[in-house]
Design a protein around this ligand. Sequence first.
Ligand code: ZN
Ligand code: ZN
Length: 678
Amino acid sequence: MPGFFLAPWPKPLLAACKNPKSVAQIHAIMLLTGNLIHGNSNGQLIASYARTGDINSANQVFDEMPQRNIATWRAIIIAYSHKNSPTQVLNLYHQMILDGTRPDSSTFTVSLKACADLLDLETGKEIHSRAIDFGYKDDVFVGSSVLNLYAKCGKMEEAMRVFDEMPKRDLVSWTTMVTGFAQSGRAVEAIGIYRRMQNEGIEGDGIVMVSLIQACANLGDLKLGLSVHGYMIRRDIWMDVVIETSLVDMYAKNGFLNLASHVFERMSHRNVVSWSALISGFAQNGFAGDSLRLLIDMQDEGLKPDLVALVSALLACSQIGFLKLGKSIHGFIARRLEFDRISGTAVIDMYSKCGSLSSARLLFDRISSRDSISWNAMITSYGIHGRGNEALSLFFQMNKTQLKPDQATFASLLSAFSHSGLVEEGRHWFDLMVREFKIEPSEKHYACMVDLLARAGFVKEAHELIQSMKIEPGVAIWVALLSGCRNHRNLELGELVTMKILELKPDDPGIYALISNTFAAARKWDEVAQVRKVMKKTGMKKVPGYSVVEVKGKLHAFLMEDKTHPQNEKIMEMLERLDFEMRQMGYVPKTEFVLHDLEEEMKERMLCNHSERLAIAFALLNTGPGTRILITKNLRVCGDCHNATRFISKIVDREIVVRDVRRFHHFKDGVCSCGDYW
Ligand code: ZN
Ligand code: ZN
């Protein structure tokens, strides 16, 4: 007899169902026994269909119901929410309102979440005010969802207001605030809320910790990061792959690669994001080799690198001039992933730094949505190749678009002028930047101008520009002036500048090397010894020079005076033969580029052993006639090697491209593209 079985018998049975088929069986019995007259059972049926993954049946039950109550509305709305269909959730919410059903806390909460997912602030505000009208103002779940909505939409001020007015806050509301601030890049406030939370005696969970770690990573606040990490260990908070990955990322971003690797190696499970965090940490801190090795290890573990890992790998390729790998990464991205602005710019940068300016330009022309970062990257590329006029013409093109040149654009442009020795253009555009474009020159702009002027011999004008600066000139600017003084033999000003630099106590050994070089050029050996003493006392070591050359798709690295190479004997023979021919053509070694107080002959031999020469000789021995040689050097190429490479390019009739730490030199037929100006 219908209605004989009374509710709530279906409830435990439905709860036990593991698949839609068994739900359907109970559904059939319910139909037979007339159990569906009870609205509650309908809600349970809908929820069970949804839970076992059959949203269509859930929907069908809902549609066929003669009468709906809040329980059935709630069930179908939650069902769509779990299916991540925020648009459906909001449609149903509006239907429910039209239907005259009064929403409850859950339906408000779920609908607000849908607005947050859609970043639909307007609808969210409407729902919030209706919730207040219906008496849910102080409901902690509704309150937390409103916070979440504002936080997701980046409206942290409004979120803060709601938060402060909440009579009761739970872990979710605190977490939402910490996460919201952390994700909108407001790390200080994120940490502030966390402190308040601690003061109120609320323990943070894993989600809060991840946000805090992100905040520390972005802020570079390692001390706090360490204390969060320590807190989690002390409180025995379970660290999942997300937390551990954010720790790896935090340590890696701030250059603490040992700590990052330490956490990484102890992870029981690593995902693509964990690998990417470490790969990008190594690449960004200049450890290209380690970064690329990790990329291989990652693939050995069966993981496909994501865009973050690939962009980092491109950066690593740029650093060491590994064109072949860079090209294959470009191909990989083009085939399997979608190019976005960041990866597009990274590929442009890679081609340009690996010496292939035309490929960089080709790609630049193909990017459809160019922003100022891509324009700046291309202008910089022309700059480091010493193509100042092309940089300027690109700058004119950029001005014809909607985009306006910014600080960074001018930095790229001025740096291009400085690499090309375009003094007139430099003066002109520096002036226009200030007067017409109303851009206040930054340290970087001054550094380019001082470099340009000092290098061209306008040492006095460069010095005057420094004196006119409104900001305190940093080490980089004085160093640019000092190299000008050294090259143009203005040792009087050079000594004054040296004093300024020493006052600023730079920690870059390269700068001390330049100072000691300057003194060495003036044959002031006592001063040279003094500078060495400072370097020794502070534990600074001059970075050893090394050059990398790609031969047949493999990288070969050479250190200065490196005798360990298996082909060492042949390399030495080649260098001696070249040295003989160079001297016939009028080459005279510039021994001032050797630091030591040694006999002339010893110095000459040392010049011959500079890493770039070993690399050139090796490449000549191992590549066919006419092949272009690309060398990447970690320091600046010295004046003597520059001179020698000019001669070598003529003798062997090859194009030799040397990328040093500052720019490119294209040697061909005895001439360098930099016009001996670098
Ligand atoms: Zn050299
Ligand atoms: Zn050059």
